[in-house]
Ligand binder design. Structure first.
Ligand code: ADP
Ligand code: MG
Ligand code: ZN
Length: 476
């Protein structure tokens, strides 16, 4: 029997606010353990949480960007459970009245567009972190993360393959980073994903029993965990068994999922409205105001790049991967007026050098102006395409002006026919054997002569002129 996977994802994104969600402590990652804490986020008795307005603003941004309905009346609920990283004994979250509901994102899978529904987006606080050390019998608790703001984005069970799942995740990630409300760092846990997956016979309408997968800290691991789980559930069903509803942990080193807890052990969180926080009312004006601050989102930008610059959709996809890269590209086009050539340079050389030097685009030693200059200098014949690569490398290393590099290194292209003629004559004179063979019909050797001339002129000869003069000389 053929089975179809059904996937729904729950994403937790850490918001990039300066302070925590209900107190003034820093929300920064990587401080010394327990440095960013106060009586509120430590859960001392008698303290009162106060809502961080930025958290609401950022969540509204995400809600607008993903076409959600925004609830004007919000409230917070306590999710009760006991764990040493949760000092209050409950997590403040949203339950019955989340900030946003009923949105979507469009994902492109192998050229086909697919719309993935978003069930809800709500705000909540993060818990602390337990630190276990193999060589030490004690465990430690670091509460710096306790109270750091999160949004949870819950999708509809709309995805039908691990590829669609990853496509959706990448879109969400891209939007969060474009909005500058999350740094998207999966390894540090600022972007985390739990994956729900079930199988059903192809053609069947009803969903099967799902499992929930946790502990994947990269896109690749989400994909691997889903692929593994499809095989596992298929095996269970084909051998006459039943999938049981449970939470499973992804084990990266073994490439498998292990059962963590079943439905029977599932928590009853006993949600109830938090009496310490007043209901949160969101006005229409505020939503409008936030809407105005939204940047151009990746999909829009991509479509505009194709339309405005006439570059292939593939190029547009690469160039809009981040706002900084897209800005770099647009500036380069402005300076050079050559959209496709600029795209080739950025996708090839700039991204290549950045990767090699482990640098971000905003730290590129070659500025868009400098790259624009290099392109212009090829276009007006000052340097050849080959020399341009040398110039680029030098500008990358030194940050010097391309014109200056060309001048200092004497890299200006030789377009003087007389000078080229002399160089060509010398090459022909010093290769009598090849010349003889050429005259006897071995025309392939033409390329050899061109190569020798380029070598003799250290690559500075204008290739087009060399070809012309050489052809003339050889037919004499
Ligand atoms: P919970 O509160 O247990 O996490 P939810 O109803 O909030 O449960 O659903 C969590 C996620 O599971 C959602 O993303 C939803 O799309 C997905 N989901 C629900 N049912 C299924 C199913 N049968 N197969 C796959 N995913 C599912
Ligand atoms: Mg869940
Ligand atoms: Zn605090």
């Amino acid at each position: 029997m053929e089975y179809e996977p059904v996937i729904g994802l729950e994403v937790h994104a850490q918001l990039l606010t300066k302070t925590k969600i209900f107190c003034g402590c820093s929300a920064k990652f990587g401080s010394a353990p327990n440095n960013n804490t106060c009586p509120i986020c430590l859960g001392m008795p008698g303290v009162l949480p106060v809502m961080n307005k930025k958290v609401v603003e950022y969540t509204i941004k995400m809600a607008v960007a993903t076409h959600c309905r925004i609830n004007k009346n919000n409230n917070f609920a306590r999710k009760n459970y006991f764990y040493p990283d949760l000092p209050k004994g409950y997590q403040i979250s949203q339950y019955a009245y989340p900030l946003a509901e009923g949105g979507y994102v469009d994902v492109e899978i192998n050229g086909a567009k697919k719309r993935i529904g978003i069930t809800r987006i709500h705000m909540e606080e993060d818990a602390g972190k337990l630190i276990h050390d193999e060589n030490n019998p004690s465990s430690y608790v670091d509460l710096n993360r306790a109270g750091v703001p999160l949004i949870e984005i819950v999708s509809e069970p709309d995805m039908r393959s691990p590829e669609e799942g990853i496509g959706y995740l990448r879109r969400l990630h891209e939007i969060l980073v474009y909005l500058e409300i999350c740094d998207g760092n999966m390894e540090e846990g600022s972007f985390r994903c739990d994956a729900n997956i079930s199988l059903r016979p192809k053609g069947e309408d009803e969903f099967g029993i799902r499992t929930e997968l946790k502990n994947m800290n990269s896109f690749r691991n989400v994909q691997r965990a889903l692929q593994y789980e499809i095989k596992r559930q298929q095996y269970v069903l084909e051998s006459g068994g039943k999938v049981i509803q449970e939470t499973r942990l992804w084990d990266d080193s073994q490439g498998v999922t292990h059962s963590m807890r079943g439905k029977e052990e599932a928590h009853d969180y006993r949600y109830f409205p938090d009496p310490d926080l007043v209901p949160l009312m969101i006005s229409e004006e505020w939503i409008k105001e936030v809407e105005k601050t939204l940047p151009e989102l990746p999909l829009r930008k991509r479509e505009r790049f194709v339309r405005e610059y006439g570059i292939p959709p593939y190029d547009a996809g690469v160039l809009t991967a981040s706002r900084d890269l897209a800005d770099f590209y647009e500036k380069t086009v402005k300076y050079s007026g050559k959209p496709k050539i600029a795209s080739n340079w950025i996708m090839g050389d700039v991204l290549g050098y950045l990767k090699e030097d482990k640098k971000e685009i905003k730290d590129s030693p070659v500025t868009p102006e400098a790259l624009g200059d290099v392109i212009n200098l090829i276009e007006d014949g000052t340097i050849s395409g080959k020399i341009a690569k040398e110039v680029f490398e030098e500008v990358w290393k030194t940050g010097k002006d391309p014109k200056k590099v060309i001048e200092e290194k004497g890299l200006v292209q030789i377009t003087d026919a007389g000078a080229l003629e002399t160089a060509i004559e010398e090459v022909l004179k010093s290769s009598p054997a090849q010349l003889e063979q050429y005259k006897q019909g071995k025309e392939k050797l033409f390329g050899y002569f061109v190569g020798q001339v380029m070598k003799a002129t250290k690559g500075k000869a204008n290739p087009k002129l060399v070809n012309e003069i050489l052809r003339k000389k050889l037919s004499e």
